[in-house]
Design a protein around this ligand. Sequence first.
Ligand SMILES: [Ca+2]
Length: 212
Amino acid sequence: MLIPVKKRSSVAPQEVTLVIIIFNICIISTMRMLTVTLLFCAMTGLTITNGNPINAPAKELSLNTTLGKFTVSISISTNCPSGWTPFNGHCLRFVSSELSWAKSQQNCQSMNANLASVHSIEEYHTIQRMIRQNSLFSRDVKAWIGGSDCQEENTWFWIDGTPFLFTNWCDREPDNRYSKQHCIQINYGDGKCWSDADCSSLRPSVCAKTAS
Ligand SMILES: [Ca+2]
């Protein structure tokens, strides 16, 4: 009598389970890599836009993506007119004409802007790069920005009304030398930092306005 031999399954249930788990991990990893890649590409695109400010095309970046349990939302307007440098929702412009602080502000207002307020070292470095790119011989020329303490000595305000929190004063500045320095110039001294200066001095300037 022939006793039928029980055919052994070629794949044990544990092995099937293991294969399914590995397959799922691969799919999840691939999706996350794709998401990370998309996010990286979008951020790279934003950086390139910011790094090529002159004649920058009008752009608005809006991105929603999911990384694991985190949802990342980015929406930054970089819609600046030709000749303006986008930075963090603002448009910056170097004006090479040498004017007093008040006349510089008046000139900015004629372009629906104000003398620039500066709120971070990244913004200051962006302004310095913009000046180098647009000044004669690519120099770090001194220029007016929108800070002054004209109303009360050593009480500083930005002309655009934003809070005066970040500063980049040089050593021993502001010193109100000869008791007549009430306006902020940048790229001063070896440190290319800030000092207070006589508001009637003639300087190039930096204007800023909100991106549309
Ligand atoms: Ca000074």
